[in-house]
Design a protein around this ligand. Structure first.
Ligand code: SF4
Ligand code: SF4
Length: 477
């Protein structure tokens, strides 16, 4: 592309470098050729997609803030209690022993994202990614409210910041950003610290240095991201955009520009295609790209350019949809095909994973027992008697105190003459999510010994009436 084709009018908050550049397919528009940042001043947009999007953003933010405060089955709807090595989700309790279930959740979420991308492009980025939801739903509107629209911000930045008034606006914006970042950070920490505890900690965190340090860390990160780093998170850090090329196909519904209808673009209304080259779709783009250049890694599917172009089409009395949701096939032939083999394949994989997850989650035992042989000698012999020592480790996986009983299982070794079990404490309590280790001795006269004899301890949860047999082997000379 020639240098000439990169030229455009001023488009930059600093008003110095980027006024000669316009988005192209060869460079990242937000990075200047010398490596410096090309700060975007994104224009405001209104339209049907913006309204839908904002409803969804605020719904998600409400869920994010409220979820830890809602109680299901006596526990927060979502809580990861790291000190207790437990997690609560929609009334179910999970311990560290259930960690493998997250495999299904993570793989399911990954494949879900693949399916969504394969069908609807970057719908996740535009509608549900926290980066977009908070940036476009909260921080950008505050910037517009306190610093004015794009034109006002550009003017101020070109005139030394706009004097005392401009500095005051900027200070107010940053104060609001820090305040909101702090609140969103505290809301995030409520997923790890019960809200009742958090309510007593905020704002001074008397003595709880770790909780305070985490809140400050997340506040700083959010403030840095939403006040300065912004679209660079999507363009530089997030790997998902780079995967896009492998996930979308000819039939994926993407946001695109109808070249057939729009070209040749021109500044008049009555000649050529429908695009009047007003660049409104570029001005509203939060990643600074030109949708007319085709599908690009930088496009986060935010729909701003659809509403911006529809607004222009209304003004020039042309049909809406020059920029719209459609598949590459749709843009070329006018026909789209939503259901295709990969949709059914991904769907089947998700169904299998979901079934496995539900089966595993619902068949979880309420307590877990492991038995270990004592360290050192596997057995001892004293006065013609062989003795084996075991350590039983019991873990109560429920959120209630339970009473357990340990007894020898019937059958096998229990029937041998002279076999003796010594379980110093055969009935005991384990608190919610707690665990306990206890010793058990089994002895047998040498005359009764037959090599490697299996037997079992029966552990009964007296509270719930459930029992488990745990098998071990009696060893001797
Ligand atoms: S907003 Fe529409 S008419 Fe204006 S430049 Fe973009 S595509 Fe063309
Ligand atoms: S090209 Fe359109 S949909 Fe993509 S990021 Fe820019 S404004 Fe959003």
């Amino acid at each position: 592309m020639s240098d000439e084709s990169h030229e455009t009018t001023a488009d930059n908050a600093d008003g110095q470098r980027s006024h000669k550049r316009k988005p192209d397919l060869d460079t990242v528009y937000t990075i200047n050729p010398d490596g410096s940042r090309n700060v975007l001043q994104v224009a405001d947009v209104r339209g049907r997609w913006t309204v839908r999007k904002y409803f969804f953003y605020y719904f998600l933010i409400a869920v994010y803030v409220a979820a830890p405060w809602i109680t299901v089955g006596g526990h927060p709807m979502v809580l990861v209690d790291i000190p207790a090595r437990a997690a609560y989700l929609m009334g179910a309790t999970f311990t560290n022993q259930d960690f493998h279930l997250f495999f299904f959740v993570l793989i399911g979420a990954g494949i879900g994202l693949f399916v969504a991308t394969s069908l609807f492009g970057r719908v996740w980025c535009g509608f549900a990614c926290p980066q977009t939801v908070f940036m476009e739903g909260v921080f950008r509107p505050i910037e517009r409210l306190l610093e004015g629209d794009r034109i006002a911000r550009l003017k101020r930045s070109k005139h030394g910041g706009g004097g005392a008034g401009g500095a005051l606006r900027k200070a107010a914006k940053h104060a609001a950003y820090i305040f909101l970042s702090w609140n969103f950070a505290v809301a995030f920490m409520c997923y790890f610290i019960p809200t009742r505890t958090m309510a007593t900690l905020v704002p001074f965190f008397g003595g709880h240095v770790t909780a305070l340090a985490w809140c400050l860390f997340w506040t700083a990160l959010l403030y840095f991201d939403y006040s300065w780093f912004r679209e660079q998170t999507c363009l530089i850090i997030c790997p998902y955009g780079r995967l896009q090329a492998t996930l979308v196909d000819y039939d994926t519904i993407i946001i695109g520009y109808d070249k057939k209808r729009g070209e040749p673009r021109h500044h008049g209304v009555d000649t050529g295609g429908d695009c009047i080259d007003c660049r409104r779709c570029v001005d509203v783009c939060p990643t600074g790209i030109d949708i007319r250049n085709g599908l690009q890694m930088e496009c986060i599917g935010c729909t701003n350019c659809i509403d911006a172009c529809d607004e222009i089409m209304d003004k020039i009395a042309k049909p809406r949809g020059l920029v719209r949701f459609d598949s590459s096939r749709g843009f070329e032939t006018g026909k789209s095909r939503l259901l295709r083999p990969r949709f059914f394949l991904y769907g089947a994989i998700i169904a299998v994973l979901a079934t496995l997850f539900v089966m595993r989650a619902t068949s979880r035992e309420e307590f877990q027992v492991t038995v270990m042989r004592s360290q050192g000698l596997p057995f001892t012999i004293e006065n013609g008697t062989i003795r084996n020592l075991y350590t039983l480790h019991l873990q109560n996986k429920t959120d209630r105190t339970r009473v357990f009983k340990v007894t020898p299982a019937t059958g096998a070794l229990a029937d041998h003459v002279g076999v003796e079990y010594i379980i110093p404490q055969d009935r005991f309590e384990i608190p919610a999510l707690g665990d306990r280790r206890l010793a058990a001795f089994v002895s047998m006269p040498m005359t009764s010994f037959v090599e490697s004899q299996p037997f079992a301890f029966t552990i009964t949860d007296s509270t719930g009436g459930i029992s488990q047999d745990i098998k071990v082997t009696f060893l001797g000379p």
